[in-house]
Design a protein around this ligand. Structure first.
Ligand code: C5J
Length: 221
């Protein structure tokens, strides 16, 4: 079995029961004019990781690993959008409002799509989620159980929000979780660093972390 050098110690990966999960690499988070930008963020930090995420996805596919994609988005009638989430803060546009890429964070709108460079293959699982965590109000847990998945490799955005929330949900459900440190990003460099440290501290209290090349070398792809 491939042994991936990681923090805080080696991660032994069983390719047959491991999946790569790519969190929310959507135009609404990484392109100008979307939800991330409406909150006042500089989205260029997130766009910069797209080639690294693409290499990781390609490597996972070549290794024969299951690849899962998530999208944070809401039903067109916004029936799964809590008012507390819609009204939070003072963004220039709110979830559901029309923007340059369609209605913000609404399923089926161009902004809710995954960036074209990372487009899922037709047979790959795409989870639409109304929350920050990918297990909340989705079929993810049931699908992973059915497929016998026990380990998850994480990529995507943002490190300290949807990636970390999903890692914590997965950790509590008994999955071993490995974060690809250069295939994830935050609008705030210091939040990413803190999240990686929180995840790996205390003997991998939430999970492991290592760069993409280290994963790909161990998988021999
Ligand atoms: C946020 C996410 N940051 N995908 N969503 O609201 O991390």
């Amino acid at each position: 079995m491939p042994v991936i050098t990681a923090e805080p110690f080696d991660f032994t990966c069983d390719i047959d029961t491991c999946a790569l999960i790519v969190i929310d690499m959507q135009r609404d988070f990484v392109e100008p004019g979307g939800f991330g930008a409406s909150l006042g963020n500089d989205v260029s930090r997130l766009m910069a990781i797209v080639p690294t995420v693409a290499r990781l996805i390609d490597g996972a596919r070549r290794a024969g690993m299951m690849v899962i994609h998530t999208r944070e988005c809401h039903r067109p009638d916004l029936s799964d959008l809590p008012e507390a989430k819609r009204l939070r803060g003072s963004p220039s546009l709110r979830i559901g409002d029309p923007g340059p890429m369609g209605r913000l964070l609404v399923a089926g709108e161009p902004g809710a799509d995954i960036v074209p460079e990372l487009a899922p293959l037709p047979q790959e699982l795409v989870i639409d989620k109304p929350g920050k965590g990918a297990f909340y109000a989705t079929e993810l847990g049931a699908v992973l159980s059915r497929r016998g998945i026990r380990q998850l490799i994480f990529a995507g955005v943002t490190t300290e929000v949807c990636v970390q929330t999903t890692m914590r949900e997965a950790n509590d459900r008994g999955y071993d979780c490995l974060l690809a440190t250069d295939a994830t990003e935050s609008y705030f460099a210091e939040f990413k660093d803190a999240a990686v440290r929180m995840i790996t501290a205390q003997g991998a209290i939430v999970g492991w972390a290592t760069p993409t090349n280290t994963i790909l070398e161990a998988l021999n792809v």
